[in-house]
Design a protein around this ligand. Sequence first.
Ligand SMILES: Cc1cc2nc3c(=O)[nH]c(=O)nc-3n(C[C@H](O)[C@H](O)[C@H](O)COP(=O)(O)OP(=O)(O)OC[C@H]3O[C@@H](n4cnc5c(N)ncnc54)[C@H](O)[C@@H]3O)c2cc1C
Length: 314
Amino acid sequence: CRSVLGSLYDRLKGRVRILFGEEARTLIVDGGEFKGVELASGRRILAGFGVIAPGRAGVEWLHGEFLRLKLVVENNAVDIGVRVEVPASVTDDITSISHEVKLLYTSRHFDDPVRTFCMNPRGEVVEEHLEDIVTVNGHSYRNNKTDRTNFALLVSTRFTEPFKDPIAYGKSIARLANLIGGGVLVQRLGDLLAGRRSTVERIGRNLIAPSLTSATPGDLSFVLPYRYLTDILEMLEALDALISGIWQPYTLLYGVEVKFYSVRPRLTRELESEIANMFVVGDGAGISRGLVQASASGLIAADAIAAKLHSSNM
Ligand SMILES: Cc1cc2nc3c(=O)[nH]c(=O)nc-3n(C[C@H](O)[C@H](O)[C@H](O)COP(=O)(O)OP(=O)(O)OC[C@H]3O[C@@H](n4cnc5c(N)ncnc54)[C@H](O)[C@@H]3O)c2cc1C
């Protein structure tokens, strides 16, 4: 990651000015056209075009700005679930065919979509810090392999009237896990099914040790609403038919994993917003869900800006 970012920096050095540690506070718009941004320091940076890409951490800020500018926003689904960790030998057969296995399940009881996401064969579970909350995520290295595989199981929820704040809902659930466990919780599937919390001793006797050592052994049923827990357990049991060895007491569940892609402004195909010359890209705008798509969305906006500049010079 450091070397990729380093290469990007080296490539851009001398051609663009990069400001680190500065927070964009206000989008400056005049007569329906983008004019620049005002930073938290009060400094104003004026520009003919803007590409706004604040990622998931900036979703709430962006939402606030869209509302202030009276732009049309759609509420997307919020995804809430757990990260699952199993011995790599359980998943090797399937991950040797496809590194990233995408499986979608429709839950019997609630008719909810439950999906696998971000599979990390022989990887590790990690913390993700979003402002003041800690959620769970995962990654894997090309060289440093572990003997465990992790992936997320996420339930997508699309709220209906009058509720309009799926971000706050997702954060509340994450905060509950943090309240009980001081961070990320981890529970053996066997303990969850037996209706008891996991303890340090029970985790210590488990077939696999958690790769996220900072996770607190606890009870996810105090955190996840019945609907999510039911959906996740149903999917785990269904998965076992395909990947034998998932529906076992030793399977570790970390909570919670939350994906906030909740505001989606009205954009053109070129990702230009209702504000002329203001483009919105990446996860923060709810149009991408990963590195490749986020990067591609930046290229789309850049091409559109280049085309506009080209036509205005003709
Ligand atoms: C632990 C982890 C593992 C992941 N693993 C994968 C993976 O394996 N594969 C994959 O495809 N994707 C993965 N992702 C997702 C991927 O990182 C994102 O999809 C991608 O980075 C989104 O790019 P982006 O440019 O939209 O936002 P980001 O990369 O999040 O960049 C947005 C930046 O804007 C900053 N910002 C926010 N608000 C403001 C503001 N007001 N002023 C100034 N700056 C602001 C943020 O701090 C951030 O630095 C992972 C994410 C995490 C956290």
